[in-house]
Write a protein that binds this ligand. Structure first.
Ligand code: MRU
Length: 351
């Protein structure tokens, strides 16, 4: 079993520091929303669903960190805490979603008292955590059905147990398919610059003895063109109403490769990753991270000192390049406003 990504222990949020993996398993104690914010911003915890769950707990910590005179003072404080937590990373919509789940509870129990409201917030944060694992298992089940022979699957970044409360989205599909004897080999993109593939996905797969091999990102085209890969499965950070999908930088290139070489390109994501307020991928804000994360590896320069680098953390894949989006509610083939609506229901707005 993979170490838990995060958990609440007597009002302390324990977050597995993924920056130290795979060599060290160490949990950071978060006692305040500031501790939680730092873990999200500095990527001790990462992956869209995981930061959504962390945000829920961060809101609970915010509700405990101060004595409130009355419930409306508490509500004001939590509204501000929510805005603060959301500002940690701009692309993954699950972060907003996690905060909003808690703010909806605050609204619902505004007529109660402070002790009751705190309990309800903790209950909701735990619910978000537990639901995430169930949702991922369902995504895994739905995704595994897409494979009818023993396949070689390529994945990018880490959309596994470590990127969620457990099981994973893209890696959850691979886990479920493997349990049904449908996986021959997993090609793991190392995922420059943060190396989520080399450090995290490889760590997860090796622990579960799922056959896997590491490749650098620029090798993907070679292996795909040689016919060695049957499908690519990746996660998502935000999906627009028409299916355009933001995910880890390098995802778009993989989708183009799949399209050119006529192999399926799948996105695996929970319904909470859909941002139905935006019409298309052009409206997704892309996080730019520090140049240091590109020019340094393990705090050592791999480029000349003073060299500047660009570091968009995500890119957007147009929906036309996506064969299907695998959700807990079902598989959305040929994603478009229409096909997404058919699965998500009327919540998808017309733009
Ligand atoms: O920058 P990260 O590591 O948070 O990026 C993670 C990804 O891009 C994942 O593919 C995505 O969040 C889905 S995780 C289930």
């Amino acid at each position: 079993m993979i170490a838990r990504t995060l958990y609440l222990d007597k009002d302390i949020l324990k977050i597995l520091d993924q920056r130290l993996l795979p060599s060290t398993v160490f949990y950071i104690d978060c006692k305040t929303k500031e501790d939680t914010f730092d873990c999200i911003k500095d990527m001790a915890i990462r992956g869209a669903p995981a930061i959504g769950v962390a945000a829920g707990y961060g809101m609970y910590l915010a509700s405990c960190e101060k004595e409130f005179n009355n419930i409306s003072e508490m509500k004001k404080y939590l509204d501000k805490a929510g805005k603060y937590l959301i500002s940690a990373r701009p692309t993954a919509v699950n972060l907003f979603w996690g905060v909003n789940r808690i703010l909806n509870v605050v609204k619902k129990y505004i007529g109660s008292n402070i002790i009751e409201l705190k309990l309800r917030i903790r209950e909701e944060a735990n619910k978000i955590y537990n639901e995430d694992i169930e949702i991922n298992k369902k995504i895994g089940e739905n995704g595994a059905k897409l494979f009818n022979k023993k396949s070689t699957i390529l994945t990018h970044c880490n959309a596994g147990a470590l990127a969620t409360a457990g099981w994973g989205t893209a890696l959850g599909v691979i886990r479920s398919a493997y349990n049904q004897n449908k996986v021959k080999m997993v090609y793991v993109d190392e995922t420059r610059p943060y190396l989520q593939g080399a450090r995290l996905t490889a760590w997860e797969l090796l622990q579960e003895k799922i056959p896997c091999v590491l490749i650098t990102d620029n090798m993907a085209g070679h292996f795909i063109s040689k016919g060695e890969i049957d499908a690519v499965v990746v996660g998502a950070d935000r999906i627009a109403s028409n299916g355009d999908t933001a995910n880890k930088i390098g995802t778009y290139s993989l989708a183009v490769l799949c399209n050119y070489n006529k192999i399926p390109f799948y996105i695996a994501a929970p319904v909470s990753t859909f941002d139905i307020k935006i019409s298309d991928g052009k409206k997704i804000k892309i996080e730019f991270r520090s140049s240091d994360e590109v020019v340094l590896i393990n705090k050592k320069h791999v480029a000349p000192v003073n060299m500047k680098a660009l570091h968009p953390a995500f890119d957007v894949t147009p929906h036309e390049l996506i064969t299907a989006i695998i959700t807990e509610k079902g598989v959305i083939k040929k994603p478009s406003v229409k096909t997404i609506r058919a699965i998500l229901g009327k919540r998808v707005a017309r733009h």
